[in-house]
Design a binder for this molecule. Sequence first.
Ligand code: SF4
Length: 116
Amino acid sequence: MAEKDVVTPEQLEADKSLREHLQLLLENGLKTEIEPRAYTHDEIIAVIARLQSLKEDDYEKKMVITGFTLTPYMASDDDEQACETCMYYRVHQKYCELPELMLPVEAEWSCTLWRI
Ligand code: SF4
């Protein structure tokens, strides 16, 4: 494991607190842009550009723009889109490592930038 991948207990604890905070926001009705989904290259680039205009710690706005949900999104092709099957999900850390997101998530959450 590369040194940059080593996660300290303090970082894990901070991630846990932030994850719980983000979950509460969603449970309390934070409206996120669940649809339309971003599937084409241009749609993805447009979402990424909006994320890049945000402050790194503006997690609430990041979740709004990327249509976060607390449960997997069911795509029309029957693909179940959940963080746990996304290429950006760090399993052991329960963390999204998409550079424009970089935030702790739960395995069953989902967002429009889900990729397999
Ligand atoms: S990019 Fe993937 S891991 Fe990150 S929040 Fe979206 S679905 Fe979850």
